[in-house]
Design a protein around this ligand. Sequence first.
Ligand SMILES: [Zn+2]
Length: 88
Amino acid sequence: MKSPTYSCPMCKPGIVTELIIPKYMARLKGIDFEVDNAKIDQCDSCGERYFHPKEIRRWEKILKAICYMTASSANTTINKIQLAALKN
Ligand SMILES: [Zn+2]
């Protein structure tokens, strides 16, 4: 799969490429949660990561679903939740 690449704004010679991370521990609003197939752009030189606004919106949807599913739980750290239904 070809993905767009661009030069890194942080270190210039670095090339930023899109990574798909099958199980990514994301953090939004102070809550850690697992995202399936997270799309993250990462520089091959300095390792700086860039997040797509569209991808963040997808994560927010996932987080909302997790919060709904765990509304009765006081535990805000969620691990190993299958989110197959939310892939889009
Ligand atoms: Zn860089």
